[in-house]
Design a protein around this ligand. Structure first.
Ligand SMILES: [Zn+2]
Length: 391
């Protein structure tokens, strides 16, 4: 079905291109046989292939038949793009290379073709070639400079060449401020290596760069809290954790181990920290259960139970239910305990089946947090599920 739709679009594009080309060719005298020409014969051969369900041969014939002149260039670019989107990148490269070799292209047309060719190379993983073409576009001050930078940054990202990615990203962010979110992640990626090697001042510099370009980068805040925690500067770690909670309360569950250590070392009032996160909106169940753990030390099972129930009645949660079952296991008779254990097994199986995260951009479901979506490659697009969809 998709194949048929593609062919339909393709033939339509070719038809328009042919008509435009024919009109232009007659106008500028390119075509000496306006009717009944070899071009027309090629079209009939192409149609014949199409009717005989030989789409590859049909497409090749149509491409040969389509005269390249200034008015059909856009059609050729579109044809190449269709090939690339369909996954037939080899053919897309052929179309775009053929176009680029034409001497009669205007500057903007040549730049457009070069950009599409670079995208083809990127799609098949020929990063060096793609990078060379994109660099040329950027250096030449092309009107397509911003588009070229977007693709150039992708090349470096695919190669995990974070230094070059940040260098290009810094140029791009001037034109596209929304790119700051991605750029901040590149700095966080750079910081991972010095963090591993315990080169902490270097790591701190990169993380500060992340926050310079995106002051709301919670990943950098979390990494800085980890860094300070490693140096036993618990007050500084706690400051980062407070900032993280204020910026994005849904990230607090990821900060809990550090928050507990800061609290243990007298640098953070964790009960107040969790309370303010819970009060700030619709909290994640992990935050509620972390608060319930603290309540358990000083309150009766009934009080803790009521606290959890109050939240899961607003936002149903299997993990909340599991917590309640565990809470009551040691406070019922033998028969009741057996029944609770059966119920626990069922709920646990349901929890294991669920994915608590989803990409807001492409819908990819994940078992744990990814900073970059493995499917659409978006940064900070994977978020915890809330409400009835939550686990
Ligand atoms: Zn995605």
């Amino acid at each position: 079905m998709q194949e048929l739709m593609f062919l339909g679009l393709f033939v339509l594009a070719l038809g328009i291109g042919w008509l435009l080309g024919r009109r232009e060719a007659i106008k500028v005298g390119f075509m000496v046989q306006p009717h009944g020409s070899a071009l027309d014969r090629q079209y009939f051969i192409g149609l014949n292939y199409l009717l005989n369900e030989q789409p590859d041969e049909a497409i090749e014939t149509f491409i040969r038949a389509l005269e390249v002149n200034p008015e059909t260039v856009e059609t050729h670019i579109a044809i190449g793009k269709l090939f690339c989107q369909r996954g037939d990148v080899e053919r897309a490269i052929k179309v775009h290379q053929n176009l680029l070799a034409r001497p009669n292209l205007t500057r903007i047309q040549a730049d457009n073709v070069q950009l599409e060719l670079a995208r083809d190379y990127l799609a098949v993983g020929m990063h060096n070639r793609s990078e060379r073409l994109l660099d040329e576009l950027v250096e030449s001050g092309s009107p397509l400079r911003a588009e070229a930078l977007v693709d150039l940054v992708k090349v470096h990202e695919r190669e995990h060449d974070w230094l070059n990615a940040t260098a290009v990203g810094e140029k791009l962010v001037r034109d596209r401020p929304q790119f700051a979110i991605t750029l901040a992640h590149y700095y966080c990626e750079i910081a991972l290596e010095p963090l591993r090697k315990q080169e902490l001042s270097q790591a701190r510099k990169h993380l500060n760069d992340a926050l310079r370009v995106d002051s709301g980068c919670v990943r950098a805040m979390l990494m800085l809290a980890e860094l300070e925690d490693g140096l036993r500067r618990y007050k500084d770690a706690a400051t980062w954790l407070e900032r993280l909670a204020a910026r994005d309360p849904d990230m607090v569950p990821h900060a809990l181990p550090l928050a507990r250590r800061s609290a243990h070392n007298g640098a953070l009032d964790i009960a107040a920290y969790l309370d303010s996160t819970i009060d700030s909106g619709s909290p994640l169940i992990e935050t509620v259960l972390a608060r319930a753990d603290f309540l358990r030390g000083e309150n009766s099972v009934g009080d803790v139970s009521r606290f959890v129930l109050q939240h899961i009645q607003r936002q149903p949660s299997l993990r909340g239910l599991l917590y309640l079952i565990d809470l009551h296991l040691d406070h019922v008779d033998a028969k009741g305990r057996d029944n609770l254990l059966i119920l626990r097994g069922v709920v646990e199986a349901l929890v294991l089946e669920k994915h608590p995260y989803r990409c807001t951009s492409c819908g990819f479901m994940a078992k744990h947090l990814h900073w970059q979506c493995p499917t659409c490659h978006g940064w900070s697009t994977i978020r915890p599920l809330k409400g009835r969809e939550a686990v």
